[in-house]
Design a protein around this ligand. Structure first.
Ligand code: C5P
Length: 226
């Protein structure tokens, strides 16, 4: 069964932990750069001490040695899942995979959903006829370097699952239950559809954290996954 990861994009660690304590059976928490910069490793320890696995989503893209050290630090902290940019290149991806070991899964961000073909062309300095093709190319490079999977929007999910085979993790943000507001997400997908297309981890933030009744919203998502 696919895992539900709640993205705690909240103003403080206190808010995040208070909400986490209200969500029955919560297995995964995503900590992003804002909360990490505010609260640091202590928040990660708080989650893991409560038996909640942490997805530390800092999307590293640096020289191989630094990324390897960052991944090692995340592993030592007890993080279960983390991200690097596939555009960081083969040596960086290999260094990240090697540093992760068995207990920490590193997945690669292929193409940011904020990048369309024109933006990618200006970054890469060549024509990009198809963003999906670039995502697939980068996903293959990530797996070849030893990463455990990729992050994908609902749009590329089916394509990537087909291209990468059944094994890799595919982490999908932008998940919305029927009737949830999309917010600023442009490529949303419903939970059951994401699972059908091969997602292993579904990341959901505001439909839970900004709901009038976050516990009811969380329960609806858990039920949709069942
Ligand atoms: O929109 P929502 O609040 O559900 O977003 C959940 C998480 O997904 C956010 O923490 C965001 O960082 C992440 N994300 C995203 N869109 C992407 C990549 C990541 O919303 N393309």
């Amino acid at each position: 069964m696919a895992e539900l990861i709640v993205a705690f994009d909240l103003p403080s660690g206190r808010d995040a932990l208070a909400l986490a304590g209200r969500l029955p059976g919560l297995r995964w928490a995503k900590v992003g750069p804002v909360l990490y910069n505010r609260e640091g490793p202590s928040l990660i320890k708080e989650f893991t001490q409560r038996g909640i696995r942490v997805f530390l989503d800092l999307k590293w893209h640096d020289i191989p040695n630094i990324v390897a050290s960052a991944v090692t630090a995340a592993r030592e902290l007890g993080v279960s899942l983390t991200t690097v940019h596939c555009l960081g290149g083969r040596a960086m991806l290999t260094a990240a995979a090697t540093a992760a070991g068995q207990d920490l899964a590193v997945v690669g961000v292929t193409v940011l959903t904020s990048h369309d073909a024109a933006e990618l062309e200006s970054i890469l300095g060549r024509g990009v006829p198809d963003v999906g093709f670039e995502a697939e190319r980068l996903g293959r490079a990530a797996l070849h370097a030893g990463l455990r999977g990729v992050v994908a929007s609902g749009q590329e999910l089916g394509l990537l699952r087909e291209a990468l085979g059944p094994e890799p993790l595919i982490v999908v943000p932008g998940v919305r239950a029927p009737g949830d507001p999309a917010g600023d997400q442009v490529r949303t997908i419903e939970p059951a559809e994401a699972v059908r297309r091969g997602a292993t981890h579904l990341v959901v933030g505001r439909p839970i954290t900004a709901a009038r009744d976050p516990v009811a919203a969380y329960r609806r998502l858990v039920e949709a996954l069942d």
